[in-house]
Design a binder for this molecule. Structure first.
Ligand SMILES: [Zn+2]
Length: 202
């Protein structure tokens, strides 16, 4: 029987003890947190104007790495969406940036069309703009997972083996999801995988 005890939370980091699982299951849980729990990140950018020193691709890469708060109840991944990947309100959240130098453009300057999907941190520097340099773009944030690209990795998990079947677990969320939701979602994904396995056996 699986037993969880000594659960503590400090900001985005949670720790707990778990017993009744083997090392293999713990490893599946750890890898699920890193690579299979979905989160939102910018995948496509349409530039209307960019006179900064960074070219569009480099700037797009920086914007992609900005962690975004994620709403898993509203959004579905584009591959599973009824729009068949075209992009619609269920699978894409639009963010816009429109800034003019001289000033630093920050993550928090991006305006989201959905208050539930926005940069986790406002002060991530994107690019320093000189006088009259302008950046104007529209970005599409979509759900993805860490196994597709590191920008969708929602956090980190690790564990220590205390005994044959008992472990001390640490999970840190990078901010897309509250840490307790990240843990629950990881267990859901693990359960889903076990369910799929069961169906294949029958
Ligand atoms: Zn869609």
């Amino acid at each position: 029987m699986i037993k969880v005890s000594n659960y503590t939370k400090d900001g985005n980091i949670a720790e707990f003890d778990v017993s009744g699982l083997d090392v293999r299951s713990m490893n599946v849980f750890r890898r699920t947190v890193i690579s299979s729990v979905p989160s939102m990140a910018v995948e496509k950018i349409t530039f209307y104007y960019n006179s900064s020193i960074l070219n569009d691709e480099n700037l797009a890469h920086r914007v992609g790495m900005v962690p975004l708060t994620t709403d898993l109840t509203t959004y579905v991944s584009q591959s599973e969406c009824s729009c068949e990947g075209v992009g619609c309100g269920r699978c894409v959240c639009k963010l816009t940036l429109d800034v003019k130098g001289p000033r630093m453009a920050y993550s928090g300057d991006m305006k989201s069309t959905d208050e539930n999907v926005k940069p986790v941190f406002d002060k991530i520097p994107l690019i320093k703009l000189l006088p009259d340099q302008v950046i104007k773009f529209e970005a599409d944030a979509v759900l993805g997972t860490g196994k597709d690209h590191i920008k969708w990795q929602p956090g980190l998990a690790s564990y220590e083996i205390k005994d044959k079947d008992s472990f001390h677990v640490m999970v840190e969320s990078y901010g897309p999801l509250p840490v307790e939701e990240l843990i629950k979602k990881a267990f859901e994904v693990v359960e889903g995988k076990i369910g799929e396995l069961k169906e294949k056996i029958h």
